[in-house]
Ligand binder design. Sequence first.
Ligand SMILES: Nc1ncnc2c1ncn2[C@@H]1O[C@H](COP(=O)(O)OP(=O)(O)OP(=O)(O)O)[C@@H](O)[C@H]1O
Ligand SMILES: [Mg+2]
Length: 368
Amino acid sequence: MRWQVPAADNIQAQADYLIRHPVPSGFKGIIFTDRAGNWLPIANAGYMVYWCNTGQIPVGAMGMSEQMLRMSVADFARTYWGIQLADKRLVVDILQNKVKETAVLLPITSNTGGVGKTTSSRQLADRASQAGLRVLLIDGNIRQSSQRSFFDPRQDKPLHTIADWRPGMQVQVGANRGRDLGVPYDICFAPPAGVGVDWQIYRQYIQAARRLWDFVVLDLDRISADDLDDRENIANGLLLPYIQSGDPCLVIVKAGRQTQIDALNLLTALAEHHLPKELIGIKDTVPVGLQGYRRLDYTRYGTFLGTEYQTVEASNHIANGDVRWDDPGLAFARENILNWALPDRGFNPERFNPNAKNSEGKKGRGRK
Ligand SMILES: Nc1ncnc2c1ncn2[C@@H]1O[C@H](COP(=O)(O)OP(=O)(O)OP(=O)(O)O)[C@@H](O)[C@H]1O
Ligand SMILES: [Mg+2]
């Protein structure tokens, strides 16, 4: 399920597609599946089909050891084939020899409110654009249109929102050019107050947008552990399937006794959904003036990407509507997140590492 063939969730249509598109000579085609069925026609089309489940191995598939089953696809490829997985093109693009990659999608969420999701998504979009990527920021705050409030506080600019778009239309119908908003990235705003757009529309919009932009940042609402199991919720209907198919997700944790406990709730629930840890990125934010911050050990839940130190200065910039400012308290975590989501694209966290010269330990604890 790491890449989607065009038939989305319809397994039979995917199978038919693969049979009609046998593995080209000189290539290897590998399928990981947990669906029982007759895999022989697909094996005959040249694919190696690995059975990622226990129980009877279906015809045409190969069994895997228990140790292999515990690995993520990325770990498996690294261990057995020495391959570093970074290529996220859709199967259909590879088979049809299209070279352009499908954009990496980075959803940003948290378990508690006000942790800096909306601000961070602008920061990440801004830095990625500076590095030469064509970036789209999508506001997924379905009920509060947070990005619109920032860019258009009086709500009087003639801006496009996702509510303007319908499946089949050009993606640009839902997006606004960055240059009209004074930023180097484009933005798709959430629907205006009182207009409902559900996550199925978001999914289709994202699917289309990924073919046009290089990097799509999705500013999501907070979600709870229960939301992951609620079929009506964006967390279940949109976020989980994306992570399952190989997209990363950034979870922001606000330092503080209760907020850290709340965050662990969500991280535990994500772990219980067997999502690959390398796809769950975690950032801590430490509010201005907070004493005694202690980072949690996240090894069981995901990949820790850094701590962002919030300052009064930064909050003034945000309140004034500034879109860019130099802030050493943000730069390292931001660069680290981008290098994780977009490997090999020239992001260099070490350049921004406040502890770079004495990096062997906690010497940077008393940082300014
Ligand atoms: N780096 C920072 N330094 C100082 N203040 C910050 C920083 N990042 C965010 N803030 C402040 O924290 C508050 C919440 O930020 P933001 O709206 O980005 O969070 P959020 O997680 O998107 O919130 P919500 O859950 O409401 O969507 C804002 O008032 C913002 O100005
Ligand atoms: Mg927000």
